[in-house]
Design a binder for this molecule. Structure first.
Ligand code: FCB
Length: 437
């Protein structure tokens, strides 16, 4: 049991479960175009076990059963993402009618079940034809994204409860262009610096297109990590500060203050696009809310061999999840407080939080993880932070990016051979809390 009640979070607080298109949908033969995750996953060495999202949870066909699970768990909202290549197979131009029809069914299915549709425009599946033109390193991505946002606004805008532009811009830019761990798998500081700027510029152009079309309740989803030094040495403190800059301050500063942190601007130097300053006004336009994804902390040490960004992550002493991520609910409380105190205030949502656990349906450790992190949210609210909702990651076991199907994050277990769904004890714990009115 979670040991908490709905009423601990005040009236109107929204509980939801989250997923993302590439991780669950499959259904790739309806005219959908290729994405950077298809080719990245099909290249040996990128994804554990050579897994791909070709079938995933077959949510494309099994969505009614999955939405029933959201409803029966007592959740108010479902956070899902649109697949850009399903709607626009070439990335721009002519939409795919079957793709539009799929999201019509899905959104209407939510509304019929009394579930609030909480959508994300971009959860990492860039159409491959746009990667061929430079992807996130090309400034044109901001215009391509705005056109895609306008299409979604036109077709679905009035049925969505909330809409986020980008999921985890740090992953889109840094993890994928500097660390090379996600598609397109680059390791290049110039491409990184450009992607760090263009991903926020696209957020800005997308947001403007959505506002123009009259879509309500708009935000962005940032992943934040508490950065802490691995030792008391001054140079480790500097490493943690730099990581904090690249991971947290760049994105918080961009969207909430229309300003990038000077220390990171200096490190990227001439690799940043010319006249990036001119875009900050658009990037920093007011949001209706800001989403925070929280999983762990970052323990950092100085790494002199690491060039302009001399930091390296070290393993910490705390209990870890099956992903090897330290479990640190205190970090969530302190990050929420910090965002509230140091940045212009907007309503906050926890848009993802959860853990990979051992296989099986009995998952007391996951239930404890949720209980401890929900308690941090409760405390932050009590201290005055305006947090309006919490989404568990994830509804289902799914394609966990470079980890393939090996890491299980679901409240509901998926047997990928039979596609059978089985609710776990953690799902029952949420259900008990959420349906006890
Ligand atoms: C986040 C992603 C999500 C999932 C979780 C575990 O970074 O947004 O898709 O992979 O991590």
């Amino acid at each position: 049991m979670l040991g908490l009640r709905r009423s601990d979070f005040g009236p109107g607080f929204i509980f939801g479960a989250a997923t993302a298109a590439y991780q669950i949908e499959g259904g790739q033969t309806d005219g959908r175009g290729p994405s950077i995750w298809d080719s990245f996953a099909s290249t040996p060495g990128n994804v554990l076990g050579g897994d791909t999202g070709a079938v995933a949870c077959d949510h494309y066909h099994r969505w009614p059963e999955d939405l029933d699970l959201v409803r029966d768990g007592g959740f108010d909202a479902y956070r899902f993402s649109f697949a850009w290549p399903r709607l626009l197979p070439d990335g721009t131009g002519t939409p795919n009618g079957k793709g539009l029809a799929f999201y019509d069914r899905l959104i209407d299915g939510m509304l019929e079940r009394g579930i609030k549709p909480f959508a994300t425009l971009y959860h990492w599946d860039l159409p491959s034809p746009l990667q061929d033109r430079g992807g996130w390193a090309n400034r044109d991505v901001a215009a391509w994204f705005a056109d895609y946002a306008a299409l979604v606004a036109r077709h679905f805008g009035d049925r969505l409860w909330g809409l986020a532009t980008i999921n985890e811009p740090w992953c889109v830019a840094f993890l994928s262009h500097y660390l090379g761990k996600h598609a397109p798998g680059l390791r290049d500081i110039r491409a990184t610096a450009r992607a760090m700027h263009h991903v926020l510029l696209a957020h800005g152009t997308g947001l403007a297109a959505l506002r123009e079309a009259g879509v309500k309740n708009l935000g962005i989803v940032l992943n934040l990590e508490k950065a802490e030094p691995a030792s008391a040495a001054a140079e480790d403190a500097l490493a943690a500060g730099l990581w904090d800059g690249v991971f947290n301050r760049w994105f918080l500063g961009g969207v909430l203050k229309a300003r990038y942190p000077a220390d990171i601007v200096e490190r990227f130097g001439t690799n940043l696009p010319d006249r990036w300053e001119d875009d900050l006004e658009l990037i920093g336009r007011p949001l209706d809310w800001c989403g925070i994804n929280y999983y762990t902390r970052a323990l950092m040490k100085h790494a002199p061999e690491a060039g302009a960004l001399p930091f390296a992550r070290v393993d910490g002493p705390l209990e870890t999840t099956e992903s090897g991520w330290e479990i640190y609910p205190e970090g969530l409380l302190s990050l929420l407080q910090r965002v509230w105190d140091e940045y212009p205030r907007v309503p906050l949502y926890i848009t993802e939080n959860g853990m990979a656990d051992v296989p099986g349906v009995d998952d007391p450790r996951r239930t404890r993880f949720y209980a401890d992190h929900l308690e941090a949210v409760r405390q932050a609210r009590q201290a005055g932070v305006d947090i309006r909702g919490y989404f568990a990651w994830s509804l289902l076991d799914n394609f966990e990016w470079a980890e393939g199907y090996a890491k299980r994050f679901g409240l509901v277990e998926v047997d990928f051979a039979s596609q059978k769904r089985t609710p776990r004890a953690s799902y029952r714990a949420f259900q008990a809390m959420l349906t006890d009115r």
